[in-house]
Design a protein around this ligand. Sequence first.
Ligand code: SF4
Length: 283
Amino acid sequence: MVSDTARYWRRLDDQRIQCLLCSHACILVNGARGHCNARENRAGSMILPQYAWISSIAIDPVEKKPLRRFMPNTWTYSVGFWHCTMDCPFCQNWEIAHPVRIEKDVIVPERLIELALESGCPSISFTYSEPTLHIEYVIEAMQRAHSRGLKTILVTNGNILPDPARDILLHTDATNVDLKTSDPAIYRDLLGGEIKVVQKFIQIAAELCHVEVTSLAVPGVLDSSDHIEEIAKFLASISPDIPLHITRYHPAWKFSRPPLSPETVHGMGVAAKRHLKYVYAYS
Ligand code: SF4
């Protein structure tokens, strides 16, 4: 049965509600949508105006998620939604994360899993935009995937509060989480997330499933060996076995600064390797 009932919210007074899904904890008056534009207060209840609206489907190597130590050399059926809980001005998928216009292409979870099985892929990935924003759909799809023998992958910014984090990670076999900078003020003021919330998500993920982390090397955000060492030390405090991917940003959306040099990204990889066993620096 399709379940489009919103979870993770509470009623306040005067038909106001509060969303309890991500770090924004939006308070919504009747008729308003949250910061993400994907969860709405209708007459004092939360609704999901874009439930099952799929933006993208592709078949990717699992290494593209990126995951390097989970089902290597396999393909994964990759699905994206619309919108995001964060506002990184260099978003590499801004066309679907911060869309000017969206298209209604509805695929219910049951049908999605049939399509994934027809593809022959051994796993399904929720990726491209921010899947946790569509947690009700993703959990149902993951349950259906498991019942049909598919592994489940979640590619996320991790900016989701602990209770929903546990709920979705209980159905996740592997996750790749963005850890975007070691600076709490940049996280909050420029990117629209909370570093403590993301760090907690990674801790919970390490208890419940396979976890790898991606840090995008962006000038002025994450651009030095000192920055990446702080991230590597945090991950090592959970487990030095957590793989870290350092990827090189390309100018996109509101950000036009030139990318860091390959040598800088390589140097960041060397610095992270002082603390972690598996570091992949892409330049
Ligand atoms: S998911 Fe986050 S941004 Fe969206 S309504 Fe809920 S608290 Fe606000």
